[in-house]
Design a protein around this ligand. Structure first.
Ligand code: TPP
Ligand code: MG
Length: 272
């Protein structure tokens, strides 16, 4: 239990650092997607600091656990976790979106260690993760594959093809986390093209499904480390877009909004 509590406390510290650092990147670049960074950060921090097995000094180790960041626009979340995990020095974060930077607006595996696959065009992460998990199943490898999609992203039909395949093949080595913040680029998911009931849909496709608070590190840690069941696992993480900064929470405009100096200062006071 103490071990669990220590891990939760480490995840909390990392997530706070990631929010502050990501917002500085977005502020300095005057570009980015901070709303979706902040909804995803607790999930991603839990994966890297409580769940996944990897060695940042050897990013291509064959038996590493894989994380696919399907919602590739949320680079503030991905780049800060890779930096905190030791894949590259913090000074690289200062180059975010600058000309010739390795830290583009969307992640590129040819540039940045730790990026498993290029993403940005939505709807590709789950199919790629499914393929990686099938490979692990065929070769009898121990690694696990984790993929994070947005919820608006689920309007891409490719997700449903992959979900059907993963269920059919009983990919117990695959975990899919949906960042269920109920907002997409300019509006709510349910008013755009309703997704509910997501849990019933995933179950019908042959997945084990769990719904939880995507900002509760202890609940995330328990769910993401649960023993495999022989079915792929879907975790619907109920989140808040812009989580942690009062004026950003649940505001569609912060999908790709960027802070002015006053807003940045306010956010830094709140993120403590
Ligand atoms: C195929 C494709 N269509 C459109 C876009 C533009 N786009 C970028 S983010 C986004 C909204 C995504 O919403 P969601 O998946 O809910 O992401 P989150 O709320 O987590 O930021 C859109 C439409 C894209 N990146 N790819
Ligand atoms: Mg969303």
């Amino acid at each position: 239990m103490t071990l669990h509590n220590d891990t939760v406390s480490r995840i909390k510290d990392k997530a706070l650092w990631m929010r502050r650092r990501a917002f500085k990147m977005v502020h300095d670049a005057q570009l980015g997607h901070p709303g979706g960074d902040f909804s995803a950060i607790d999930v991603i921090a839990t994966l890297y600091f409580g769940v996944m097995s990897y060695d940042a000094t050897q990013p291509n180790l064959p038996n590493r656990d894989r994380f696919i960041m399907s919602k590739g626009h949320a680079t503030g979340a991905l780049y800060t976790v890779l930096c905190a995990a030791g894949y590259f020095p913090e000074s690289w974060l200062d180059t975010y979106m600058q000309p010739r930077s390795l830290l583009n607006g969307h992640p590129n595996r040819n540039y940045l260690p730790g990026v498993e696959t290029n993403t940005g065009p939505l709807g590709h992460g789950l199919p790629v993760a499914t393929g990686i998990a099938i490979s692990g199943q065929i070769t009898g490898s121990d690694y696990r594959t984790f993929v994070l999609t947005g919820d608006g992203e689920l309007q891409e039909g490719s997700n449903w093809e992959a979900a059907m395949t993963a269920g059919h093949r009983k990919l117990g080595n695959l975990t899919w986390i949906v960042d269920r913040n109920r907002l997409q680029q300019g509006a709510g998911t349910e008013e755009t093209n309703g997704l509910d009931p997501l849990d019933k849909k995933f179950e019908a496709f042959g997945w084990d499904v769990q719904m939880l608070d995507g900002h509760d590190h202890a609940a995330l840690l328990t769910a993401l480390t649960a023993a495999p069941t022989g079915k792929p696992r879907a975790i619907i993480a109920n989140t808040i877009k812009g989580k942690g900064v009062s004026f950003m929470e649940n505001k569609a405009s912060w999908h790709h909004g960027v802070p002015n100096a006053d807003q940045f200062a306010t956010a830094m006071k709140e993120l403590v």
